[in-house]
Design a protein around this ligand. Structure first.
Ligand code: FEO
Length: 413
């Protein structure tokens, strides 16, 4: 028994599912697991598209051998050199001494940097934009996709079947566990949040490069998308391409408010809750609260990409920004977050400086982000004197949503 699945008549998924890794890239929690996808084409020639993480070499080799069923492997095509996909290149080279290795020039340089000695002695085919490789009935045309999200990345289109080998693009966290196609799983329920977390944290910084690839892809007759993580897309391609378009333009997916709070003794948290209540009383019920001390920053980033409005509610700490809040807003800058409206709640028992510091940081480091003037200042704990300011902040958020809608309407007509 093997875990192999047919993608098309002669293309097979031979990848693996990972439920062992707790931190992807040793930083992102993945309780939902992840898949490392590899695809094997059985044509007049045989071709393996990408490999998997080294720790799953045994299962992977088993799938490849079983699918080849005694045939030799003719080509190993590497679209992306990051070790979660490239970790098993040497193992494949050792087992298939005749295999030709095809990839971009920069990927070969990286193989050298990673010390992949076993590719020596194998024919090396350097691929660049516009090159093709023919395997018999199937021919793949290659397109360079630099910085999505590494510089050496290639994507390729099987021009016979319209299958796009997309490298990490359109990838997601979440193990497949037997399912393969997007229509075999509950994507919105089980995969949209992990996919948003994957895109925003791993590819999010490189939005303009993603836009370049989407423009190239728009001219291609794509019928199926095979990413290196997550399901194969064979229906609803416009949906997933639309999500990528929105994220890579740094446009919010939906109107709503994410309130991120940093609270030491519960008083700033209570102020954040009071704003949420005020917003909901006024009819804006798409409100999500996150405690920056207990929510992983990757989840904070994902919800920031999701919603149009962000409220930073922080206690003053060491005369500045609470460290966990500082981590979050540093990450906003690192991931190039833009096109958002920000509200501020500050708290301090003496020398309440955090509001100014957060506003200055946002103004100086984030592009196209408006900070609302209606700040709420809490002196130790929320009291009746804060009522008007809290109401003003809620009103300002709702009014700015209306203005954004009007502007969007004008731009689309
Ligand atoms: Fe899934 Fe960039 O590696």
């Amino acid at each position: 028994m093997y875990t192999v699945r047919n993608v098309t008549e002669d293309l097979y998924w031979v990848g693996v599912n990972d439920h062992k890794t707790t931190l992807f890239e040793n930083i992102f929690p993945i309780p939902e697991g992840v898949s490392y996808n590899s695809y094997l084409l059985l044509d007049e020639k045989t071709a393996l598209f990408d490999t998997v993480d080294w720790q799953f070499a045994r299962e992977f080799v088993r799938n490849v051998e079983a699918t080849l069923d005694g045939r030799d492997l003719d080509y190993l095509v590497i679209h992306h050199m990051e070790p979660d996909h490239a970790g098993t290149i040497e193992e494949i080279c050792l087992r298939y001494p005749n295999v030709k290795v095809a990839s971009s020039e920069q990927a070969f340089e990286m193989m050298n940097q990673f010390g992949f000695k076993r590719i020596e002695g194998h024919e090396q085919i350097i691929l660049k934009e516009g090159d093709t490789l023919s395997f018999g009935k199937h021919t793949n045309a290659f397109v360079e996709a630099p910085m999505v999200h590494w510089p050496e990345v290639l994507v390729s289109l099987d021009v016979t079947d319209g299958v796009l080998f997309a490298a990490d693009a359109f990838g997601t966290f979440g193990a497949l566990d037997g399912k393969l196609f997007n229509d075999e799983l509950n994507f919105e329920g089980d995969f949209l949040a992990p996919m948003r977390k994957y895109y925003t944290n791993i590819v999010g910084k490189y939005g303009p490069f993603v836009q370049d690839v989407l423009k190239k892809a728009a001219g291609l007759p794509i019928k199926m998308i095979c990413s290196l993580h997550g399901p194969v897309w064979r229906t609803n391609l416009d949906y997933i391409i639309g999500k990528y378009d929105t994220w890579s333009k740094y446009e919010p997916e939906e109107e709503g408010v994410m309130i991120a709070y940093a609270s030491m003794y519960g008083n700033t948290e209570y102020a954040a809750q009071a704003l949420a209540s005020e917003l909901c009383r006024k009819g804006m019920t798409k409100v999500v609260l996150h405690d920056v001390s207990t929510t992983d920053v990757a989840d904070l980033i994902a919800d920031t990409f999701r919603f149009s409005h962000l409220v930073l509610a922080s206690v003053t700490y060491n005369l500045g920004i609470y460290p966990k809040m500082k981590d979050f807003i540093n990450d906003l800058e690192a991931l190039n977050v833009q096109n958002r409206t920000v509200g501020i709640i500050e708290n301090g028992t003496w020398a309440c400086t955090v509001g100014d510091k957060m506003e200055d940081y946002v103004d100086e480091n984030l592009k196209l982000v408006d900070v609302l003037g209606d700040r709420v200042t809490v002196n130790s704990s929320l009291n009746v004197a804060n009522r008007n300011d809290m109401e003003s902040l809620a009103d300002a958020i709702i009014e700015s949503m209306a203005k954004n809608r009007e502007l969007k309407e004008k731009l689309t007509h």
